[in-house]
Write a protein that binds this ligand. Structure first.
Ligand SMILES: Cc1cc2nc3c(=O)[nH]c(=O)nc-3n(C[C@H](O)[C@H](O)[C@H](O)COP(=O)(O)O)c2cc1C
Ligand code: SF4
Length: 441
């Protein structure tokens, strides 16, 4: 079913997704008919690198990979005049519930390439990499075909369109590890090492790939750059809020009428977004607002939340990668968390003891708990474990693994207790303790 074009009488922005429903929009011929590569000429090359960075800063564009870091500011950290600068596009997309970047690469690979040229020019990049999750073969094929078309048309390679600017883009296939989406794990993997994150500082912008300044940006972030170059910062700011300008791709799955990928202006209420996506199925119990790492919201919190970085921060959650998962009252939050915890235990790269051991413990305790073998105290133990690995590790994987645990057991404690209460061995022991206090100890 085609995505809605209007909402509440207003046209929805199509900054990123304009080509998603155009037949053969992934080909250069069709993409060019719809304005692809219009920036690759005076629009871009008449600007200085400094002007490009200022433009992106003024637009307020924030990184769409999860952390929401201001893109122009990140670019301004890159030291000039020394080692070569690399651009790495993060197309690993491993966060459970997130499936937007893969659609971008299949439906509009030329906008991504155009974004790489604009960004590469702004940063003085000669070589860029697109790091794609290994399983995404259809995307890799589409990207390779699009790259060939762009090279053949003189849009990549030496002296692009006679501008004096040259750029080569290489596709690098990952091997399907969530941790290779973390920017320094990705850089290690790109260099041929084990995909394990590095200690920061130094940050990649100063010393990243091949010990050179490296900007890592998400697919969607890079795709937002050409429309900003074409139309200006003020145009981009007509959508969204002051601190979260523009539009964003959101993926929605769970108890919703029409799961899928939607581009909406930042700042709209979650409740409106649910209507846009075909309506909630059943009565809302809670919602994961931005990917599996984002702290879960209760139904009451979701009713207050708007889809922007500030609103989610005020509710102690986050917009993350934009993966929205509402669940209704027929669902069991303990089962949802058990599945999330299994994922994090499996994906920990194992370098840091608190993360490696802590996520494993939480996983094992939760598996027993949902199997009806839980014990009093389990809920506090897993919360305590998560508190301990939240900020004691090399990378942000561990806090991302801790937040769902902390939020689920705090906000839906009764659902976890129910599993403990159905453990016959344990409840029998409880009676004994009550009858003869001290007998067990
Ligand atoms: C465990 C982990 C996994 C991540 N996975 C991704 C990913 O798949 N794609 C992505 O763009 N960013 C991912 N990130 C965020 C990146 O480290 C980085 O912040 C991002 O690519 C920067 O791009 P942006 O500024 O355009 O958002 C991940 C972070 C962590 C901690
Ligand atoms: S926090 Fe976890 S995933 Fe990140 S480096 Fe440490 S062990 Fe690896």
């Amino acid at each position: 079913m085609p995505a809605p074009t209007h909402w509440k009488g207003k046209e929805l922005p199509r900054i990123i997704s304009g080509m998603f429903e155009i037949e053969n929009g992934h080909t250069l011929e069709v993409a060019r008919k719809h304005g692809a590569y219009a920036t690759i000429g005076p629009m871009l090359f008449d600007k200085s690198q400094f002007e490009m960075i200022e433009l992106v800063k003024d637009s307020g564009l924030r990184g769409r990979g999860g952390a929401g870091f201001p893109t122009g500011m990140k670019w301004s950290f890159v030291p000039r005049g020394g080692k070569p600068v690399y651009l790495v596009v993060n197309a690993d997309e491993g966060e459970p519930g997130t499936f937007k970047d893969r659609l971008c690469m299949t439906r509009d690979p030329h906008l991504l390439i155009e974004g790489c040229i604009c960004t590469g020019y702004a940063l003085g990049v000669r070589t860029a990499y697109i790091y794609v999750r290994g399983e995404m073969l259809p995307q890799i094929r589409k990207l390779n075909a699009a790259l060939k078309e762009a090279y053949d048309a003189g849009l990549l390679g030496e002296n692009i369109q006679g501008s004096g600017y040259s750029l080569d883009i290489y596709i690098h296939r990952g091997a399907g590890a969530y941790i290779c989406g973390e920017e320094t794990g990705l850089i290690n993997s790109l260099e041929g090492y084990k995909g394990q994150p590095r200690l920061k500082p130094p940050f990649p912008a100063v010393s990243g790939a091949f010990a050179s300044p490296t900007v890592v940006n998400n697919v969607e972030t890079i795709m937002a750059v050409p429309p900003i170059v074409k139309n200006g910062a003020k145009w981009y700011r007509q959508w969204g809020t002051d601190k979260s300008p523009g539009s964003k791709l959101f993926t929605i799955s769970g108890d919703i009428g029409r799961p899928g990928v939607y581009e909406v202006p930042l700042g709209i209420p979650y409740t409106e977004f649910f209507e846009l996506a075909g309506g909630l199925q059943g009565d809302l119990l809670g919602c994961i607002p931005g990917g599996s790492s984002a702290p879960v919201l209760t139904a009451e919190e979701t009713a207050k939340a708007t889809m922007d970085y500030e609103s989610l921060a005020s509710l102690k959650s986050m917009l993350g990668s934009g993966a929205v998962t509402p669940f209704n009252t027929t669902r069991d939050p303990a089962l949802i968390l058990e599945s999330i915890a299994r994922f994090y235990a499996h994906e920990s790269c194992g370098q840091c003891t608190p993360c490696r051991e802590g996520t494993g413990y939480v996983d094992r305790i939760l598996r027993k708990l949902v199997a009806g073998e839980g014990r009093d105290g389990d809920i506090d133990v897993i919360k305590d474990l998560a508190d301990r690995y939240e900020w004691t590790t090399i990378c942000a994987f561990a806090p991302g693994a801790a937040w769902p645990v902390q939020s689920f057991v705090t906000k839906f404690r009764a659902h976890f207790q129910k599993h403990i209460d159905r453990n016959p061995a344990h409840t029998a022991g409880r009676d004994l303790v009550a009858a003869r206090p001290g007998a067990f100890w």
